[in-house]
Design a protein around this ligand. Structure first.
Ligand code: 6XL
Length: 265
């Protein structure tokens, strides 16, 4: 028995949190902690490679990543036991607090995400779908990164090929849209869009444009406009994240040390 294998007796399942990408997500209790339990339907995830990956994901541990505590792979449906994030996903959180978000709160959210992403970057782990909808908010209003790397297990090719409707075009770097070339620098592009979401209180990027229009305007060098609430220094960082060439974009560790992010100023 792998030490990460959860003991079914220890896991108490509660009510539904949502129907996640791979199956139901339930509230639960595990070893006196409140948890979120993700059940994984076999038909929507390739089994073996996932088990191996689960061990990698459990080794990724950082205060700004949603922690994977344990997995149950020995019986179906497989399930993943995560730390519980009381305030749900960041996009809903932003929309619910529209008009009430302070500058400190918005800057803090961007800092939280850049810290978690700098850790993933240093672990050579690419998220592949960084967006406010894939970040979660804790009881203490900390933002943590969720579902990193999980797109690789999505069997539904509506998600995975960039021509299809469910592909996150509005968060994707040009080289991802054109050649599916993922890297930490393509995560940095997505982080720029996430900052835009935060300072636009959860609005959809390129709101009234179709995916085709978005791709076309990006190729002409057009970019998202500065959100009304964003200071110039933050907008400058966003546009740096949206440089056409990946090598011209900052790394997360460089972003972390940017003046606009140094909260001690
Ligand atoms: C850990 N966790 C997960 C969730 C939760 C619930 C339902 N779906 C999801 N999602 N959301 C998004 C998602 C996205 C993917 C991609 C492969 C990247 C496309 C893969 C997933 F597997 C999920 C998933 O499972 C989550 C996110 O994994 C909700 C929590 N908390 C709350 C609290 C209050 N209200 C609602 N949720 C929580 O603490």
């Amino acid at each position: 028995k792998d030490q990460w294998e959860v003991d079914p007796e220890e896991l108490i399942l509660g009510q539904e949190l949502g129907s996640g990408q791979f199956g139901l997500v339930l509230e639960g209790r595990w070893r006196d902690k409140k948890v979120a339990v993700k059940t994984i339907r076999e038909e929507c995830m390739s089994d073996e490679e996932f088990k191996e990956e689960a061990r990698v994901m459990m080794r990724l541990s950082h205060c700004k990543l949603v922690q994977l505590y344990a997995v149950r792979t020995q019986c179906s449906p497989m399930c993943l036991v995560f730390e519980f994030m009381d305030n749900g996903c960041l996009s809903d959180y932003l929309r619910a607090r529209k008009g009430r978000l302070s500058q400190e709160a918005m800057l803090g959210m961007c800092l939280d995400v850049s810290e978690g992403m700098a850790y993933l970057e240093s672990s050579n782990f690419i998220h592949r779908d960084l967006a406010a909808r894939n970040c979660l908010v804790s009881k203490k209003n900390e933002v943590k990164i969720s579902d990193f790397g999980m797109t690789r297990f999505v069997l539904d090719d509506q998600y995975t090929s960039s021509q299809c409707s469910k592909f996150p075009i509005r968060w994707s770097a040009p080289e991802v849209i054109k050649y599916c070339k993922f890297s930490s620098k393509s995560d940095v592009w997505s982080f720029g869009v996430l900052m835009w979401e935060v300072y636009n209180e959860g609005r959809i990027p390129y709101e009234n444009r179709s995916n085709v229009d978005v791709v076309e305007s990006l190729s002409k060098g057009l970019r998202l406009l500065k959100p009304r609430l964003a200071p110039d220094a933050i907008h400058k960082l966003m546009t740096w994240c949206w440089k056409e060439k990946p090598e011209d974009r900052p790394s997360f560790v460089v972003l972390l040390h940017e003046r606009a992010f140094l909260s001690d100023l």
